[in-house]
Design a protein around this ligand. Structure first.
Ligand SMILES: *[C@@H]1O[C@H](CO)[C@@H](O)[C@H](O)[C@H]1NC(C)=O
Ligand SMILES: *[C@@H]1O[C@H](CO)[C@@H](O)[C@H](O)[C@H]1NC(C)=O
Length: 370
């Protein structure tokens, strides 16, 4: 054991590479991925450089820099904590996806996890490109099914001025986060790219998406189960499927969303504006939802509540939708139905002079006399 430790120390001294890295890390707390061996030519796999640069930034604190005008081919880039507080990522360059054959299903392009107080800022041109066109046309390809940016278990997160384009699937997902602001995010995929949600928010609270431009082949923003206090303001959406609460009741039976405030948004050529979609057979609720100050330009369904959203379960329950306000919608509609409130009929029970007991019934029988 003694001997082994000794060798490690000697090695540390004679390795010039290790010394350079230590200097990089401690000089000004700026960890540039180029100093960790990244090529930035868009072809070489630079994943290792990101791992190493992040490990220094996380350990010592400071800024991880992804320099401008470079493309870094990588996959499954993990920025995970816990780390020193106040880590910053200067995201001026791009992370680009590997070729389809290399990208394993179930891997995120960039996975940001378990961090408190992380800030990410860019020059507006840096971010991620998923090279999705190679996936969109392919019927039988197992698309990664995941996002380019996946934020998990974050607190007090601030992300601004980045661009996220051409995802094989969703672009940005926010899961189990509490307290996050996304500003000046530009998302860009064509209208014929299937299932390319802009933002997917789930199991999160106190999230603000503001002053952003979202073009996609699916929802611009989807607010999913177990989320509350979610705001979107100053969003321009289109092409895309609008800003949606749900679909709820799909994956988990008990989906809950409350306190959603969508304000000052513009929808251009979208299939929906403000939408709430729930599946039959689900349970839970969508409540305290406000869509206001909305500008519509050629929108097919500007206001829509759909309680019969596709592939429900054959159960006689519903996600309860209540306290919803749509106000200040102006503009043009490209379809025949401007307002579509398609709610499910509630089954009811009538008891007239009926005596007895009822157990485990749907709907429940509360009117039976003893
Ligand atoms: C969301 O908007 C509400 C007002 O509707 C406000 O009270 C709340 O602080 C906002 N939350 C965020 C995270 O912006
Ligand atoms: C509405 O959003 C736009 C960005 O789309 C922004 O420039 C404008 O200041 C916002 N107005 C208000 C009243 O918040």
């Amino acid at each position: 054991m003694q001997m082994f430790n000794f060798f490690v120390i000697i090695l540390g001294f004679i390795s010039p590479c290790l010394c350079t890295r230590l200097n990089v890390g401690t000089k000004n707390n700026n960890y540039n991925v180029m100093d960790y061996g990244a090529r930035g030519d868009g072809k070489t796999d630079d994943s290792h450089a990101f791992v190493n640069a992040w490990s220094s930034a996380c350990k010592y604190g400071g800024t991880l820099t992804i320099p401008a005008e470079k493309s870094f081919m990588a996959t499954n880039v993990k920025f995970s904590g816990p780390c020193k507080p106040k880590i910053h990522i200067q995201f001026d360059g791009k992370i680009v996806a590997p070729p389809k054959a290399v990208w394993k299903s179930g891997e995120y392009l960039i996975y940001i996890d378990n961090l408190d107080g992380l800030t990410i800022d860019g020059n507006g041109k840096g971010g991620a490109d998923g090279d999705g066109s190679t996936w969109w046309q392919c019927q039988n390809c197992n698309r990664p099914g995941v996002q380019l940016f996946h934020f998990h278990s974050c607190k007090n997160l601030k992300v601004s001025n980045i661009m996220v384009t051409n995802s094989p699937s969703g672009h940005v997902s926010v899961n189990q986060c509490n307290g996050a602001t996304f500003s000046h995010i530009s998302i860009n995929s064509p209208s014929n790219s299937p299932n390319t949600d802009g933002f997917d928010i789930s199991f999160s609270s106190n999230i603000l998406v503001e002053d952003s431009n979202i073009k996609s082949g699916d929802d611009c923003i989807a607010i999913n189960g177990d989320s509350s206090f979610i705001n979107a303001t100053g969003i321009t959406c289109g092409p895309g499927h609008g800003i949606s609460v749900g679909s709820l009741g799909k994956v988990r039976p008990n989906d809950k969303v409350s306190d959603v405030h969508v304000r000052n948004c513009t929808f251009t050529g979208t299939s929906n504006g403000g939408r709430i979609k729930t599946k039959m057979g689900g349970s839970g609720y969508a409540k305290n939802i406000i869509f206001e100050e909305i500008i519509l330009d050629n929108v097919k369904n500007p206001i829509i509540i759909d309680q019969k959203y596709k592939n429900g379960l054959p159960r006689n329950t519903d996600v309860v939708v209540s306290d919803v306000k749509f106000r200040g919608f102006t503009g043009t509609c490209s379809g025949d139905i401007a307002i579509n409130l398609d709610c499910r009929k509630k089954l009811s029970v009538v008891c007239n002079n009926a005596y007895g007991t009822a157990t485990n019934t749907i709907p429940s029988v509360t009117c039976l006399l003893k």
